[in-house]
Design a protein around this ligand. Structure first.
Ligand code: K1U
Ligand code: ZN
Length: 173
């Protein structure tokens, strides 16, 4: 397993629509394992393949908050939202591609998602709470959308400028 570098906004690869995956090959399995390791190391609760520069429809997540509870690493290929609740939930979101920036985003409180698992089989499950927020945030990444795209233009521009500055400083270091 290996930890992959995470792309930082602004990067054109974070704005692209990712391609569906075909057969779940051992190489895709290895990528999913690497993404889980990268997510836990960050640390984060989710990660989408475009964030590590791979434009394929793959996301990983583990939103178990209780340190005493066993982890639940999830790997979702070609995820599709099949139902959304009318009720919404507002959560202060962050993003590993937009470090140290947080903002409230309103999304459906509950979603049903269908996906292909590492076993190559189709699965479907309902998510609520942080899991629902996270899976929607990650599917947005697969569609080239970032949580800052839900914010007012001025706030979005402010965050983007901060990220440009951060990347310039990192490049000089
Ligand atoms: O996609 C990403 O960039 C990962 C992102 C997922 C996410 C966070 C919050 C709401 C929706 C989706 C993160 O994991 S940011 C880091 C984070 O939230 C966290 C880190 C350590 C412990 C708990 C949370
Ligand atoms: Zn993100």
């Amino acid at each position: 397993m290996s930890i992959k570098p995470i792309l930082i906004h602004p990067d054109p690869r974070l704005k692209k629509v990712a391609d569906p995956v075909g057969i779940i090959t051992p190489e895709l399995g290895k990528l999913a394992e690497d993404m889980l390791e990268t997510m836990y190391d960050a640390p984060g609760i989710g990660l989408a393949a475009p964030q590590v520069g791979v434009l394929s429809r793959l996301l990983v997540m583990d939103c178990v908050k209780d340190a005493e509870a066993p982890p639940r690493p999830m790997v979702l290929f070609n995820p599709e939202v099949t139902w959304t609740s009318e009720a919404t939930n507002t959560y202060e979101e962050g993003c590993l591609s937009i470090p140290e920036q947080y903002a409230e985003v309103e999304r459906p409180a509950e979603v049903r998602v269908a996906w292909t698992g590492l076993d190559g089989k189709r699965h479907e499950e309902a998510f609520d709470g942080l899991w629902a927020t996270c899976v929607q945030h990650e599917i947005d990444h697969l569609n080239g959308k970032l949580f800052i795209d839900y914010l007012k233009p001025l706030k979005r521009q402010m965050i983007t400028r901060k990220m440009v500055k951060l990347k310039r400083e990192k490049a000089r270091a």
